[in-house]
Design a protein around this ligand. Structure first.
Ligand code: ADP
Length: 663
């Protein structure tokens, strides 16, 4: 865009650019209803800050005469480009970016449309804004649209709001009118997450309190709109302090150099600092930070740099380099608010491209939890979202996504969905805090995707099977920390039961992750999903009449309870291996505890995430004090009354065992 400057020499130009480089930039968006006077206000801002060339002003004067929109010689609204449609329809239909500056700051206005059908455009404009001007007409006060705009501004995480009470000239600059509107708005804003709301009485058309203090409202001694824009602090836009450096490109100009280029989106990079490379979870050090202008010791948010790492590790585009203290969440299941932007409604289960930081992966919306009625805030049940609708959804991605809640960081918490065929951006998404309870039961007990599914049943009854195998079907869930001995005892017990003639098999948590749960990580949600799948498999094995020995860490009590319900309480026994963390650490067969200590495994129960000791296990086995044989004997003794074949076997195993201290 064009700024108006009469510069006499190249030197002056250089000087101007130099001064400009240090100037802060405030991105703002404007929201108003059709007749709130938004275009006039923006036009006035541009005009009075000198953002308009003289020849533009001349053409404006001609236009003003021709269109006759206002009585004044010059209608500021006509300044805005892309106006044809607006002039004809009286509405703005797209997002346009405009630029102006003052001594103190540069400003970028994303001008969003006023008509309610254009939620998607407003959301686009608000997504990068640090401040939103919400216009109300002093004569009408708050309208449903005002609530709609405020909701979107809050949803998109715009940190500062200026309520511009416009057209004060039409209410005789009456203080009571202003006060009344401000009180009503503050009350409403309290129900939304709008951290900072300032209010200015003004007239865009008459020029009161826009860039010049109005003499007609002596009762108002606050700043003008422009002063608000100049002095609103930008500091707290950055709510996340941890390092987030998504890798945009792997740079290998020759075999001696391997660098990773991208933009620091939060926190800062420092040479020599330990960092974590996600999603693989390797730790390393920043070896150097390279830019066009030479090497840096440090690079902060917004810097575009190339880094080299101390270790030769595999880093690809879309990976993220983060700090060790506050890493983002890594997962494939997200709860997010979506603004639907396409004329084609959302199809749950359909594969879209997701663009999140520098990563592109396929993603599907598993389910729409609810749609939000924007003007009332009400939640409405729905199976899909249509254009301009906003809804909360469960989204599942193919590759893990390194993300923060959108509230904390708009860049690592925001994404878009793109149609794979048409390449149209169909939705903007804002990731929520960890999955809410509303989202979690979905997979465990939520709706089926289709209402037309039926269950069929076998002609062989469970009694017939129990008779054949001479024991009832059972799931024995064996839980405990990593290294507690779950796998060892499960396979030991399997052998004993098998030898006693039982139909038995082991379902081992680790094994499951090689196949059925290959797509899952280790976040609380993914562990929950892993156990859900396991519980379904246990049920199938039990339905076949067999005994299933399920060896799982299962750190969460509520999730264990859900598994019990899926399997059926009458078939379910829970044995807990109570080995202490210290002994499990000492055993640390595969080095997992050490890796967790180094931060290479996130959410490791007992180390970096909690382990909820069960209170309802039917048997607690101290595998840190008893030998394997002693543990097995105790379990068999306990199972014998339930499994007839074990009666004889149990005396054999339990006859004599050596009670050795476990390693
Ligand atoms: P988990 O499956 O719980 O991670 P593992 O069964 O893989 O644990 O490993 C447990 C380790 O502890 C094995 O090396 C096993 O020999 C040893 N151990 C020592 N005493 C016991 C015991 N009483 N019960 C089970 N394992 C034991």
């Amino acid at each position: 865009m064009l700024w108006k400057h009469s510069l006499d020499s190249v030197d002056q130009t250089r000087e101007y650019l130099r001064q400009d480089q240090g100037k802060e930039v405030l991105r703002l968006t404007t929201c108003g209803s059709v007749d709130d006077g938004k275009s006039t206000l923006i036009g006035r801002l541009l005009l009075e800050t000198g953002a308009v060339y003289d020849d533009q002003i001349a053409s404006l004067e001609r236009d003003s005469e021709k269109h006759g929109t206002v009585d004044l010689p010059l209608d500021p609204a006509l300044l805005l480009d892309g106006l044809e449609d607006e002039r004809q329809q009286g509405i703005t239909i797209d997002v346009a970016y405009r630029y102006f500056q003052t001594e103190k700051r540069k400003f970028i206005i994303a001008d969003s449309p006023g008509h309610q059908q254009y939620t998607r455009n407003m959301a686009t404009a608000a997504s990068t804004a640090q401040l939103a001007i919400i216009l109300v007409d002093a004569r009408h006060g708050l309208l449903p649209q005002t609530r709609r705009h405020s909701y979107i501004v809050s949803l998109l995480g715009v940190p500062h709001v200026v309520l511009a009470v416009n057209k004060m000239d039409l209410v005789e600059y009456d203080q009571a009118v202003f006060r009344h509107i401000v009180a009503a708005y503050r009350e409403f804003a309290g129900t939304l997450d709008l951290p900072d709301v300032q209010c200015v009485p003004l007239s865009g058309l008459a020029g009161d309190n826009v860039t010049r203090r109005s003499l007609r409202m002596p009762w108002y001694d606050g700043p003008t709109l422009l002063e608000r824009l100049e002095y609103t602090p930008l500091g707290d836009v950055e709510r996340s302090r941890g390092l987030r450096f998504p890798v945009q490109r792997v740079s290998r100009p020759d075999s001696s150099f391997r660098g990773y280029s991208g933009t620091v989106i939060a926190g800062s990079l420092r040479v020599g600092e330990q960092v974590l490379v996600l999603p693989r979870g390797r730790t390393t050090q920043i070896q150097s930070i390279v830019t066009f202008d030479g090497e840096l010791g440090q690079a902060g948010a917004g810097a575009a740099v190339t880094v080299t790492l101390a270790d030769q590790i595999d880093v690809a585009r879309g990976d993220m380099i983060v700090d060790l203290d506050s890493p983002p969440r890594v997962g494939r299941q997200l709860e997010a608010d979506l603004v639907w932007m396409s004329e084609q409604p959302l199809v749950p289960g359909k594969s879209y491209w997701m663009k999140h930081t520098t990563r592109r992966t396929s993603a599907e919306v598993q389910i729409v939890l609810h749609r939000v009625e924007i003007t009332t805030g009400q939640h409405v049940e729905t199976a899909t979202l249509r254009m301009n609708e906003i809804g909360r959804c469960l989204v599942c991605t193919h590759d893990p996504i390194m993300h923060d809640p959108y509230r904390r960081d708009r860049r690592s918490g925001g994404f878009i969905l793109v149609d794979r065929v048409t390449h149209e951006t169909v939705a903007a998404g804002m990731i929520r805090d960890p999955l809410s309870d509303a989202a979690r039961p979905d997979a465990w007990s939520g709706q089926l995707r289709s209402g037309r599914l039926q269950r069929s049943t076998s002609r062989i009854s469970s009694e017939q099977r129990a008779e054949r195998f001479a024991h009832p079907p059972l799931t024995i869930l064996i839980t405990g920390l990593s290294g507690a001995g779950k796998t060892t005892l499960a396979y030991g017990l399997e052998e004993l039961l098998f030898d006693a003639g039982c139909a038995v098999t082991v379902l081992d948590g680790q094994n499951l992750r090689h196949g059925i749960s290959r797509d899952l990580g280790f976040s609380a949600d993914e562990r929950s999903e892993n156990l859900r799948r396991a519980a379904e498999i246990c049920r199938l094995i039990n339905d076949a009449g067999m005994i299933c020995l399920a060896a799982f860490v299962a750190p969460d009590a509520a999730i264990r309870e859900k598994a019990r319900q899926v399997i059926g309480a009458e078939r379910f026994l829970h044995i807990h291996l109570s080995a202490s963390l210290a002994v499990c650490r000492k055993r640390d067969l595969s080095g997992r505890y050490r890796a967790a200590d180094r931060g290479e495994i996130v959410n490791f129960p007992g180390v970096t995430s909690p382990y909820q000791e069960p209170e309802d296990a039917v048997l607690v086995i101290p595998t840190d004090r008893w030998s394997v044989e002693q543990c097995l004997s105790e379990i068999v003794r306990w199972l014998a009354p339930r499994i007839a074949a074990l009666e004889t076997a149990s005396t054999e195993v339990c006859g004599e065992f050596v009670c050795e201290e476990a390693t």
